[in-house]
Design a protein around this ligand. Structure first.
Ligand SMILES: [Zn+2]
Length: 347
């Protein structure tokens, strides 16, 4: 029988301090050339081992080979000039210096396919691979060529589909698109955002996921969260369209968030990766806290469709804290698994 409540992480995990400055986003590499290639692979193996020790069922590369979940992908594309930078507001929230689209975008060569093959060689467990979503990509750039967010998003969707098909061929079981921008640009999500996402997964036979969150636990995000009031209803905007979409899994932030859990009813029928670990605090959840979040979600998600997960990536955390949180996720899921198999009434 298939294991109930298989656990996974949203994506990134901390990097070892010999590879990159810890607890920092866009942290520069500490190695170069061949040493860097070998170092990234070593870090990937360590990250996999950490996940296995913590009992993670669906493992990932921990994003050890990328500096950032969006920019590393962009670096491999034609038409994006990293020398020509502009300061823009990302997700209407914080300013960042970003590269410029100066011509037609296309993929020079596969971006993560070799890394995915390497991970596939290391384990027989199901693997999940994260890619940036089209809308989040256009929001991390200055566009001086297409002059249309929608047009550029469609181009990125085509490129992502090429990459996704090759990841599938490399043996990836679940391909996840990170779309935190879905929590910000509601009209665009409904006009073309979900359609672009469906273009990105066109023709795939492996499972597909979309991760929508309130961002890493960095100051700009925690400050933004303070302005959102006591109820976060952002998911309400995208859920009806996503429920009807061809995407298999929806990955969400639930623990310690002000998202009314009943919003999950809007995606009834989809598999849901329920964030039961807060990535914006160093406090390690107790297994019981994790279990409580999962029990709440079970009111709206069938048990065979519930995947306990982290709220978002854990790259900015220390390795020790991240490891503690993974262990808590496993222990909390185990509590609920036992309750489900005992047929206990859920509290
Ligand atoms: Zn996230």
């Amino acid at each position: 029988m298939k294991k109930l409540l298989p656990i996974s992480t949203a994506g990134s995990l901390p990097k070892p301090s010999w590879l990159a400055q810890p607890e920092t986003l866009w942290s520069p590499w500490k190695l170069q050339g061949d040493e860097l290639i070998e170092g990234k692979q070593d870090a990937l193996r360590l990250s996999l081992q950490d996940q296995q020790q913590a009992g993670i069922d669906i493992v990932s590369d921990g994003e050890q080979t990328r500096q950032h979940f969006v920019t590393t992908f962009l670096e491999h594309l034609n038409g994006v000039d990293f020398e020509k930078r502009k300061t823009i507001k990302i997700r209407n929230r914080y300013e960042a210096s970003v590269p410029t689209v100066v011509g037609a975008v296309s993929r020079q060569k596969p971006v993560f396919v070799e890394d995915a093959k390497f991970l596939r060689q290391q384990t027989k467990q199901p693997i999940k691979w994260a890619l940036p979503g089209p809308m989040t990509m256009i929001d991390t750039l200055y566009d001086d060529h297409y002059k249309s967010r929608e047009k550029l998003a469609w181009e990125f969707a085509k490129i992502l589909n090429q990459e996704a098909r090759e990841l599938e061929a490399a043996g990836v079981d679940i391909i996840q698109f990170d779309e935190p921008a879905f929590n910000v640009f509601f009209d665009e999500v409904n006009d073309w955002g979900v359609a672009c996402l469906e273009r990105a997964i066109e023709g795939l036979k492996c499972e597909t996921a979309v991760h929508i969150c309130y961002g890493y636990g960095i100051k700009a995000n925690t400050d933004w969260k303070k302005t959102l009031g006591s109820e976060w209803r952002q998911y309400e905007e995208a859920f009806p369209k996503l429920q009807k979409s061809t995407i298999d899994i929806i990955s969400l932030e639930c623990h310690n968030s002000h998202v009314p859990i009943e919003l999950l009813a809007l995606i009834r029928g989809k598999k849901v990766m329920v964030g039961a670990i807060d990535v914006a605090t160093d406090t390690i959840e107790t297994p019981e806290e994790v279990a409580k979040t999962l029990r709440e979600a079970l009111k709206y998600v069938d048990a065979d469709k519930l995947y306990p997960c982290t709220n978002c990536g854990m790259a900015p955390l220390s390795r020790k804290v991240a490891m503690g949180k993974l262990n808590a996720l496993n222990a909390g899921a185990e509590i609920v698994r036992r309750e489900l198999s005992n047929g206990n009434e859920l509290i």
